[in-house]
Design a binder for this molecule. Structure first.
Ligand code: CU
Length: 122
């Protein structure tokens, strides 16, 4: 009886510690997301506007892409390892970074002849 009581109190302590750890991780991630830089671009007539986006190196970015066309588009980039469907007249959030300096091309998969863009990291 005494042994099982001790056992359950150890379990409770462990659970408390796990919760405490989760809480700390939770606060940390909120803090990290608050530091994100937000950049907004548009898709119009199957073009990205602007088509060149300059961002600082080693920074987390929230890229909001507003699709002003009535047709859906897919934001795609091999270099950024991102692929996101954006319905017509809707927007999508694409989280990128932190990135090293360089050029990262992206394109609209459904209109590759026109929808081309570059993220320039400096
Ligand atoms: Cu795709």
């Amino acid at each position: 009886m005494v042994l099982s009581k001790t056992g359950s109190s150890v379990k409770a302590k462990r659970l408390f510690l796990i919760h405490l750890t989760m809480l700390v991780i939770g606060i940390f991630s909120v803090d990290a997301s608050a530091k994100r830089l937000t950049i907004e671009i548009e898709i119009k007539n199957h073009f990205f506007i602007p088509d060149k986006i300059e961002i600082p190196a080693n920074t987390k970015i929230k890229l909001i892409v507003h699709n002003r066309d009535s047709s859906s588009e897919e934001f795609e980039s091999y270099e950024l390892n991102r692929e996101k469907l954006i319905m017509g007249e809707r927007k999508a959030n694409i989280f990128i970074g932190p990135l090293a300096a360089g050029e990262y091309p992206f394109f609209g998969e459904f209109n590759q002849k026109t929808a081309q863009g570059w993220i320039i990291v400096k």
